[in-house]
Every structure is written in structure tokens, then in C-alpha cells.
Design a protein around this ligand. Structure first.
Ligand code: GDP
Ligand code: MG
Length: 441
């Protein structure tokens, strides 16, 4: 959460259950943070109502403060609302040629995303893909898609002058059947804003092609109109999935929550650049962190610094942010965690630590295990601590013998470290900028 949020959460008083006043105060800040991230107002209201319901009367866990608990509820509800943990793949389970319809406002990234999806299906899934532009609005639109098709090394429907979008749609499906295509991607025209003519057009195209997927393409920079756009397209044609483009920009991506809420359709893919390769699966936890301002890492660092000296905290935070984190740092962290108490508590504040946390919960971690892990690390050479990748079978045996542990324990430690580094890199990718804004840089 943003620095401001962490402040509020820290002020929440310690007591048996989360009180109404505490929750109300925290939620006021959550509302501001979400509006700041461009989540649409009605969606924010709905969201805070859900958090309030879950938070009120929830028993305060002894290991964490009420503030951290509200923060955790906020994060949990947000991830849920964004679609839970996993990414939802494109649904291409239909008779070939499977039609995929791309809809959205002008400039949202439909044509580019059509090319990206085509490349992905062709290269990763060995699908025979046909790209068809039904955009007769802009003179160069069909040419733009043909060029993208060439770059992606997939086929595009030959351009025939003077055809209407529905005529092109028919021709695309016919060609798809005749020439044995697996998937036909139908790229439609957009408008600068929603109008009846656009909706009539996409509806007519849908009726002719009966798409297996109707993907609403939305620019992540879309602010408060996200709800209106999503509702209009969903009512007109029924959206089955959402693609968020321009995730490479500064936007905090609040439109994702708005769109998801209004259509109920999962966000399936995100675009993160102009290149054809810049297409990724949607990860709700990442966007949740982005909307809230990178999880509660601010809170983590704050709490940590109460227990160990300021300087060490700063060094660690900056290493985490730069994604430079080796086994020496891990050992330092183990010692600090030992001082701070519950490891679950610490991990709970980091976004994306769910898996590591589960493993640790199963292992019933206690400080003696932390000490053992520290011992394993101290049996390593300097080079091994800097570059754990070099630790292969024979080195593992030596380290295990040196620290009075087993190869399995060494493996487990390396795996944990690896999970943690991956998470650091992921957070780093989310944006050092975000952290700088919070005054941690
Ligand atoms: P359409 O009108 O919906 O078909 O939008 P286009 O596909 O033509 O995209 C409009 C502009 O946005 C083009 O300049 C694209 O290169 C750019 N664009 C599309 N997706 C992304 C993205 O994920 N990131 C960035 N930075 N630019 C994108
Ligand atoms: Mg276009």
C-alpha cells in the first residue's frame, strides 16, 4: 500500500476485533488510493463495501496488527475481484475455424493485439491463424493488419475494396473453412466513443461469425469511462474476455478492476509494448499490487526497521528493489526474521509470497530452522553465496556435511531462496518508480 495507507493502518489501535471506526478510517484511504489508480467510482464503492463486510468483527490475529490485517483483507478482496489467483487461457474449444472477435474503442490496441495473439497461437500452439481486418472506417486499417500478419508470419485475408464489415466477416469465415484455418481473428473498427452505429456493426458481425471468444481490448490508461465502455460492449455483444493494453505505461491499471466488475469476464491477457511479443498472461496479484501501490512492502520495511538498525533496513530494501539479492542477504534476512518473530507475518506483507508461505506453514517454521538455514549458508564459499547457481551435487554434499545437515535441507534452502529472488525480480519489474514514490528509494 502507499505510504499514506500504511500510516493509517499503523494508527489502527490494537484490540480484540477490528472496530467500525478503525475500518472506516482505513477504507477512506483505500478509496482515495483506488480513485488515484483510476478505478471507477461505483466500482470503488462496491469494493470498499465488500472489504468492510469482511473486516468488521474479524478477529484480530495476535501475530499481526489490526492495520496489517485490514491491509491484508484489502489485498485479498482485490485479488479475488480481479479474478483470483490463476490466469485464464483463451477459450478456443470450438469447431475450426474458431472465430475470435476483437472489440473496443479506437486506439485501444485491437489491431496490435490481434497481431500479438496470432503470433502467440502460431508459434506456441502451432495453430494455423488467419487475420482479418473488418475495419472499413480508417483507410489504412486493413493494410496495418496485413503488415502485422507479415511480421507475425501468419496469413491475412486479402483486401477487397468496397466490402462492408459484415461482408468481410463472411468472406473471412468462408476462407477459414475452405483453407483449413484453426483460428480466424476478426479485428473490428473502433470509434472514439461509444455510439449506436458501432454497436450495431459489432452485433451484426457477431451474429454472422458466432465467435468463441469476444475480447474487449482496453487501454490501461482508461479512467472513469472504463465502466461505461465495458457495459456498452458487454450489453451489445457479450464480452468473454478482456485484454488490457499499455501495461508498460505509468497507469496503475485500475481499469482492470472496473472492467472485470462490470462484465464479469476474466482479464485474459495484457499488452506491455508495441512489439508483437509484448503480450502476457494476466496475473491478478500483480495488478492488485499495482493498484494499491506495491503491496504492503512499505509496511514491511517499516516494521522491520523497528527491530534492526535503520541502515541495514535501507540496504536490504534497496537491494530488494534492484533485484540484487544473494544468499548473504538471505542469511541477514533470516537473522532479522528470527528477531522479528513470525515469518508468516513478514511474508504476508509481501505480494506474491503465497507459495513460499504455504511451504513454510507446512514446515511449521521456528527459529531453530532459521538458525539451521543460517548454518548451511555459512558453510558455503563466498562464490557460492554470490552465485548459488554453481551449487551442484558435489558442492551440496560438502555444504551438507559442513553444516551438519542433509542434501535435502540444502536443496530446500536453495529452492526458498530461488522463490524469493523470483519474487524480488517480479516486484522490481512492477516498478522501482512506484517504490520511489513511496519515499523508499
Ligand atoms: P486499434 O485502433 O484499437 O486497432 O489500436 P492499434 O492496435 O492500432 O494501436 C494504437 C496504438 O497503440 C499503436 O501505436 C500501437 O503500437 C499502440 N499499442 C498497442 N498496444 C500497446 C501496448 O501494449 N503498449 C504500448 N506502449 N503501445 C501499444
Ligand atoms: Mg485497429
Amino acid at each position: 500500500l502507499s505510504g499514506r495507507l500504511t500510516g493509517v493502518f499503523d494508527r489502527l489501535r490494537q484490540r480484540g476485533t477490528l472496530g467500525e471506526a478503525d475500518v472506516t478510517e482505513a477504507l477512506r484511504e483505500v478509496r482515495l488510493a483506488m480513485l488515484d489508480a483510476d478505478v471507477a467510482l461505483p466500482v470503488v464503492k462496491d469494493f470498499t463495501a465488500k472489504v468492510r463486510e469482511r473486516a468488521l468483527g474479524a478477529e484480530v490475529l495476535s501475530a499481526i496488527s489490526p492495520g496489517q490485517q485490514v491491509a491484508k483483507i484489502v489485498n485479498d478482496v482485490l485479488v479475488e475481484q480481479l479474478g483470483g489467483a490463476g490466469a485464464v487461457p483463451l477459450n478456443l474449444a470450438a469447431t475450426a475455424p474458431v472465430p475470435v472477435l476483437m472489440v473496443g474503442l479506437q486506439g485501444s490496441g485491437k489491431t496490435t493485439t490481434s497481431g500479438k495473439i496470432a503470433l502467440r497461437l502460431a508459434s506456441r500452439e502451432r495453430k494455423k491463424v488467419l487475420l482479418a481486418s473488418l475495419d472499413t472506417q480508417r483507410p489504412a486499417a486493413q493494410l496495418q493488419l496485413a503488415q502485422l500478419a507479415e511480421r507475425a508470419k501468419v496469413a491475412s485475408l486479402p483486401i477487397v475494396a468496397g466490402q462492408t464489415p459484415t461482408q468481410i466477416a463472411e468472406r473471412a469465415m468462408e476462407t477459414g473453412r475452405r483453407e483449413g484455418y484453426d483460428v480466424v481473428i476478426l479485428d473490428t473498427a473502433g470509434r472514439l466513443s461509444i455510439d449506436a452505429a458501432l454497436m450495431d456493426e459489432v452485433r451484426a458481425i457477431r451474429d454472422i461469425t458466432r465467435p468463441a471468444e469476444t475480447l474487449l481490448v482496453v487501454d490501461a490508461m482508461t479512467g472513469q469511462d472504463a465502466v461505461q465502455t465495458a457495459r456498452a460492449f458487454n450489453e451489445a455483444v457479450g464480452v468473454t474476455g478482456i485484454v488490457m493494453t499499455r501495461m508498460d505505461g505509468d497507469s496503475r491499471g485500475g481499469a482492470a478492476l472496473s472492467m472485470r466488475q462490470v462484465t464479469g469476464a476474466p482479464i485474459k491477457l495484457t499488452g506491455s509494448g508495441e512489439k508483437l511479443e509484448a503480450l502476457e498472461e494476466f496475473h491478478p496479484e500483480r495488478i492488485a499490487g499495482r493498484i494499491l501501490g506495491l503491496g504492503d512492502i512499505a509496511g514491511l520495511v517499516e516494521k522491520a526497521s523497528e527491530h534492526f538498525d535503520e541502515e541495514e533496513a535501507e540496504k536490504l530494501a534497496s537491494k530488494m528493489m534492484r533485484g540484487k539479492f544473494d544468499l548473504d542477504d538471505y542469511a541477514t534476512q533470516l537473522r532479522q526474521i528470527g528477531k522479528m518473530g513470525s515469518i508468516d507475518n513478514i511474508l504476508g506483507m509481501l505480494p506474491g509470497m503465497g507459495k513460499v508461505r504455504e511451504q513454510l506453514a507446512g514446515a511449521n517454521i521456528d527459529t531453530s530452522i532459521l538458525k539451521r538455514q543460517a548454518a548451511i549458508i555459512s558453510s558455503m564459499t563466498k562464490a557460492e553465496r554470490k552465485t548459488p547457481d554453481i551449487i551442484k551435487a558435489s558442492r551440496k554434499k560438502r555444504i551438507a556435511a559442513g553444516s551438519g545437515s542433509t542434501v535435502q535441507e540444502v536443496n530446500k534452502l536453495l529452492k526458498q531462496f530461488d522463490d524469493m529472488s523470483t519474487m524480488m525480480k517480479r516486484m522490481n519489474k512492477l516498478g522501482t518508480k512506484g517504490l520511489m514514490r513511496q519515499g523508499l528509494g
